[in-house]
Design a protein around this ligand. Structure first.
Ligand code: NAD
Length: 462
């Protein structure tokens, strides 16, 4: 059989990949001491990625998906062990979601106009080396998901991960580069430094070779990125309210809300953080929360104790974030039964455990006198983040009114919040929801720039 040029190319790439694996120190792919060196390496990898066909990019992405699935449990355990946040079972699901539902190169599309004056295309081209800042709440999920999208768009990426999740982040970055090498791609498609700090973040943000920065985290980092003078994608904080009106299936609403709220111990930024219910359904909702959904009703005294532990001096106690309900209760001396998944109580919207984005399974229920009042209170509780909101209702006028008023990137109707990530809902997955800057749920196309390509007076064959 004659050997074609592409077969030779495949063989050469495979051999080179194996040589690179053998040469590199084990477990060190993409990890540098110095941020400038990391950026330089990502830039070299970018020069290789730029010359790759879409098919070659997709081959690496397929290899990444396989690696994520093979390592889902290791990554989940590592994330929980290192950060003390979340739970292994849900983190495994989150990794499978990233592997299965993060869009690849199919997200890169072309717009075309053809007519008497020729053919014009809008192509989605790469930026080059993207800078990315990632949170400790979904550390490896965000790194893996960002890299699939950024690589599909033809870019490489430099991460400045949260220092509290650096081991998990390094493990994820190693896997990404191993997957690339095994698929015939370059090393350093994703890179980071051993010890990320605000200083390394600043070097990255100011570096001349980084044209775009994607920040996933709280308000501080998004503001820092948007002040950098570079183009920034800002995926910031939320405080998603779940509104329940009198047309909802209350029993199902209670179940959906608790399932969404307790997923990975409430770490996802999209997860239900409080309920706003019209007065006529509050008692029934409470009944189902407590009797059918393993919720613990906190007394006034317990709420006060929780407030002083969770919000020490008004500041969110990191030791409480992403902990399960029983652990939180044990911190205030309550030995709750083994089945307890969530802590509930009724309170005003200004209650600190309701108004603050806690990221733990504590669900305050705010009573509204009617639907308009529920919308007003929910909008107040979302704090203008324009991030996520949820509603349980069968009245489409109510749903429409709420959607317009709250103006969030995500609005889930009659389902747990995670339906927005493609888990029990249609659509793709992302762990970077650009609430502040308006890109919404990011994917490969978000990490590209639009380029117009014009052929005048030719190639129209109509
Ligand atoms: P965090 O803001 O403490 O940290 C996020 C990242 O930003 C970390 O890497 C941190 O080191 C860095 N950082 C913080 N302040 C910075 C500054 N001034 N300059 C440069 N870098 C800075 O957040 P976290 O606790 O890791 O994650 C939880 C927060 O992130 C919540 O508010 C949550 O809603 C939000 N979040 C949003 C999304 C989204 O897609 N919109 C996804 C996950 C988490």
């Amino acid at each position: 059989m004659p050997i074609s040029e592409s077969m030779v190319q495949d063989i050469v790439q495979e051999v080179m990949a194996k040589m690179q694996i053998a040469d590199s120190p084990a477990g060190k792919h993409g990890i540098f001491k110095d941020m400038n060196d990391a950026i330089e390496a990502a830039k070299k990898a970018d020069q290789i990625v730029r010359k790759m066909s879409m098919d070659q990019r997709e081959k690496i992405i397929t290899s990444i998906r396989k690696k994520i699935k093979e390592n889902a449990e290791v990554l989940a355990r590592m994330g929980v062990d290192e950060t003390g946040m979340g739970n292994v079972g849900d983190k495994i699901l989150k990794h499978h979601l990233v592997a299965d539902k993060t869009p690849g190169t199919e997200d890169i599309t072309t717009t075309a106009w053809s007519g008497d004056r020729g053919l014009t295309l809008i192509e989605m081209g790469p930026f080059g080396v993207i800078g990315a800042i990632t949170p400790c709440t979904n550390p490896s999920e965000t790194i893996l998901c960002n890299t699939i999208g950024m690589l599909a768009g033809g870019n490489t990426v430099v991460f400045n991960p949260h220092p509290q999740a650096i081991k998990t982040s390094i493990y994820a970055i190693n896997l990404l580069n191993e997957a690339s090498l095994e698929a015939g791609g370059p090393d350093n498609i994703a890179v980071t430094v051993e010890h990320p700090t605000l200083e390394t973040s600043n070097i990255m943000m100011k570096h001349k070779d980084i044209p775009l920065i994607a920040a996933t985290g709280g308000p501080g980092v998004v503001t820092a990125v948007l002040s950098s003078g570079k183009r920034g994608i800002g995926a910031g904080a939320g405080n998603p309210p779940a509104v329940v009106d009198d047309t909802a299936d209350i029993r199902k609403a209670a179940q959906d809300i608790v399932n969404g709220c307790t997923f990975d111990n409430n770490l996802p930024c999209i997860a239900e953080k409080e309920i706003v219910a019209v007065s006529s359904v509050v008692d029934e909702l409470m009944h189902y929360l407590i009797t059918e959904n393993d919720c613990y009703l906190a007394s006034k005294e317990e709420q006060d104790k929780l407030t002083s532990v969770v919000l020490q001096g008004g500041k969110l106690n990191r030791k409480c974030v992403g902990r399960d309900a029983r652990t939180l209760l044990s911190m205030i001396g309550v030995n709750a039964p083994a089945n307890i998944r969530c802590i509930v109580f009724e309170g005003p919207k200004e209650h600190p455990l309701i108004a603050t984005e806690l990221m733990m399974p504590i669900l305050g229920v705010v009573r509204a006198k009617d639907f308009d009042d529920a919308v007003e209170q929910a909008v107040w509780l979302e704090h203008g983040n324009r991030h996520s909101a949820h509603i349980h209702s069968k009245n489409i006028d109510n749903i429409t009114k709420y959607a317009k008023a709250i103006d969030t990137a995500i609005l889930v109707k009659n389902a747990p919040s995670y339906a927005a990530l493609g888990f029990g809902g249609e659509g793709y997955c992302t762990f970077t929801i650009a609430s502040r800057t308006g890109e919404g749920l990011t994917s490969a196309s978000t990490f590209t720039k639009r380029r117009r390509c014009v052929m005048s007076d030719s190639l129209c064959i109509r």
